[in-house]
Design a protein around this ligand. Structure first.
Ligand code: BES
Ligand code: MN
Ligand code: ZN
Length: 463
């Protein structure tokens, strides 16, 4: 059981005084004499993650001090309050702090995110401490964000044996049912009839049929289409990945998990959008039926693609989904995908690189990302590199040689399939926390979706 909601404000609550290193001395001076003496004798400094329980007359903790670290710690890390939660005993706590605005929201959301545990395969207890929603935050909104984030994490963390195309479809269907969205799926050979040849080609070697998931919700407002890479396992295909590179490839549906998490936030909060979610769900497997290096595929859009590496499969399945998305020309298409190793080399696991030709969308997203502490970094759709994705005998090359700008050329490849929609934004995410940080245990993680959730109203009204 996750503990990602606020506690009800009834009965006894205990104060959790939050101090940074800079304001700890002054803060301690304001405590009642017994607590002050105990805190000074214990040497509480306000360091990040530091917790000091303050005993009452019966020896039971009746209050606590929590450290927020130095100002520079807060620039280095996020959700520092999350690291306090597990150290507190059960009971219901309330913040006592000078935090306000976005800082207070970050602290409250950090607390909720610290309640995430992936307990599908082994029981894991979430922290016992509860928190009353601090005054001044939109509690419902923060709970919605935490629930969307938890969905993305759960989907990514579930191994491919239990999260194949069928199970990913079931998860999407479940979400659609919960929010009254319409839901359609095209599976297996039907993909050829419905003209999704590249989704079929990439997924046909697996015993688990490839499919295209199509969810729609909302009847008024601007049109937003989200497209997520749903490669449930990426062996690399005939260009087989080496073991070390294949190990984490259950997370290759991280783009799909992220767009579903974002869709959950949008639907649960009742935003006035016409939302569509498209997910090509496949397994890039090895079998006699597998597509091959040198094959030339004709995409839904009619562009032909020379396969120079079967491990560059994400852009193929996304291309057909993007072409479908583009046919109705929504106001904005956003794709999210664990698309390239090159993106990781460039910015590491924390930052979500994104591409857009709209300076105003980029500015709105960057501002939101900073405010909600969901870091993103703009990358260029660099037109001069278009020639790198043009091979000899087809329109496009799925795996340019040379090893330059791998994330950029993948993004340029995708952009070729969006020609009628006024604005297109693409995220090349990692979807995984390699080592635990406050509020982010090792494992699947949302990237860019909290920033998008915050920025989308501005992006879509400005459009
Ligand atoms: N899913 C991988 C990309 C990936 C690898 C993301 C590791 C995160 C961590 C993708 O399908 C892939 O294999 N891309 C290749 C493309 C290349 C063959 C042009 C890559 O990045 O090496
Ligand atoms: Mn691959
Ligand atoms: Zn992949």
């Amino acid at each position: 059981m996750k503990a990602m909601t606020f506690a009800k404000d009834k009965g006894e609550t205990k104060p959790l005084h939050l101090f940074s290193v800079e304001d700890a001395a002054e803060g301690l001076a304001g405590l009642e004499p017994m607590h002050r003496a105990w805190a000074m004798a214990s040497g509480f400094k306000g360091k990040a993650g530091e917790v000091l329980l303050l005993p009452g007359p019966d020896g039971e903790p009746e209050a606590a001090l929590g450290g927020l670290g130095r100002a520079k710690d807060r620039a280095r890390g996020r959700f520092l309050v999350a690291s306090l939660r597990a150290k507190l005993p059960g009971g219901t706590w309330r913040f006592k702090s000078v935090l306000q605005g976005r800082d207070l929201e970050e602290a409250a959301l950090g607390w909720l995110l610290a309640g995430y545990v992936f307990d599908r395969y082994a029981s894991k207890s979430p922290p016992k401490a509860g928190l009353v929603a601090p005054k001044g935050v939109d509690a419902e909104r923060l709970e919605t964000i935490a629930a969307g984030e938890a969905l993305a994490r759960d989907l990514i963390n579930t191994p491919a044996s239990d999260m194949g195309p069928d199970e990913l479809e079931a998860a999407a269907r479940d979400l659609a049912d919960t929010h009254g969205a319409t839901f359609a799926v095209t599976t297996g050979e039907d993909l050829l009839k419905a003209n999704h040849p590249m989704v079929h080609a990439v997924g046909r070697a697996s015993v688990r049929a490839p499919r295209l998931i199509d969810m729609s919700w909302g009847t008024t407002g601007p049109k937003l289409t989200l497209v997520g890479k749903g490669v449930c396992f990426d062996t690399g295909g005939l260009n087989l990945k080496p073991g070390a590179s294949m190990g984490l490839m259950k997370k290759d549906m991280g783009g799909a998990a992220n767009v579903l998490g974002l869709a959950k936030m949008i639907m649960a909060s009742g935003m006035d959008f016409q939302l569509r979610v498209l997910i090509p769900a496949v397994e890039n497997a090895v079998a006699g039926e597998a597509f091959r290096p040198g094959d030339i595929l004709t995409s839904r859009k009619g562009l032909t693609v020379e396969i120079n590496n079967t491990d560059a499969e994400g852009r193929l399945v996304l291309a057909d989904a993007l072409a479908l998305a583009d046919e109705t020309a929504p106001d904005l298409i956003v794709s999210m995908a664990t698309l390239t190793g090159a993106a990781r080399v460039a910015v590491g696991p924390d930052l979500a690189p994104f591409y857009t030709d709209s300076d105003s969308d980029a500015a709105a997203l960057a501002a939101a990302a900073e405010a909600v502490r969901d870091p993103v970094w703009r990358m260029p759709f660099w037109d001069p590199y278009e020639s790198m994705i043009e091979p000899g005998i087809a329109d496009l090359d799925n795996a340019p040689k040379g090893g330059f700008a791998g994330s950029v050329t993948a993004a340029l490849f995708l952009r070729r399939f969006v020609t009628s929609t006024p604005r297109y934004m693409h995220f090349d995410i990692y979807g995984w926390t390699p080592s635990a940080a406050p509020g982010r245990p090792k494992g699947g993680v949302g990237q860019g979706i909290r920033a998008l959730f915050d920025a989308l109203p501005e992006m879509l009204n400005a459009g």
